[in-house]
Write a protein that binds this ligand. Structure first.
Ligand SMILES: [Zn+2]
Length: 200
């Protein structure tokens, strides 16, 4: 798929730039709100925070044995749409078979949490830059339980490539970690938004 390959190539390029540049970009993204871990712990907690949800890899079922076909809810998936969680579980299993780890770095957020991310992003980056990275509670898919942020970085890139096979779409060209469901009835992911500016 040309449309998918193109943005991937573009997004990969900055990763080869000097670390400071990449760090700044990631910190900006996190601060702006895609990672709850980042928002809570500060700019140094990047989306792919090792250890923050490290136990997610073991994915022991929580709260009793799930029924057949129902994925266990890992840390970070509480409150997330059940279908979205199931799709992620399937993708994670496939990634794991290729020795690629996938974990949730941010899932469902309350409106208050989302607003805090907005406030922090605006304070740090100003408007309109902040609006490229974070949506208000009214339009954030995270608040609706319909979005997940995925790490670590290698995992996010894996999912950007393979997610459509599992009904997961990378929604924003500037957020490799952010995934939503492939719309019902669609056979391909919709065109990506360049960033989250559309939601303001
Ligand atoms: Zn997100």
């Amino acid at each position: 798929m040309t449309r998918r390959d193109q943005p991937r190539r573009d997004r990969t390029r900055p990763a080869r730039r000097p670390v400071a540049l990449v760090g700044a970009a990631l910190a900006a993204a996190v601060l702006a709100g895609c990672s709850a871990g980042g928002a809570a712990a500060g700019p140094r907690a990047l989306p792919a925070v090792p250890g923050a949800t490290a136990d997610a890899a073991s994915h022991a079922p929580a709260g009793g044995a799930p029924g057949a076909g129902t994925p266990p809810l890992d840390d970070g998936l509480d409150g997330v749409d059940a279908d979205l969680a199931a799709r992620f579980a399937a993708a994670r299993a496939a990634a794991g078979a290729e020795d690629v780890e996938l974990r949730i770095t941010s899932g469902k957020r309350t409106p208050e949490e989302q607003q805090r991310l907005v406030d922090e992003a605006v304070a740090k980056h100003g408007v309109p830059e902040a609006y490229r990275w974070v949506l208000p509670p009214e339009t954030s898919a995270h608040v609706q339980g319909l979005a997940i942020d995925v790490g670590p970085t290698q995992g996010a890139y894996w999912l950007a490539e393979h997610g459509p096979d599992y009904g997961l779409c990378q929604t924003y060209a500037n957020e490799v970690w952010h995934f939503e469901k492939l719309p019902d009835g669609a056979d391909a992911c919709p065109e990506q938004h360049p960033d989250s500016s559309w939601g303001w």
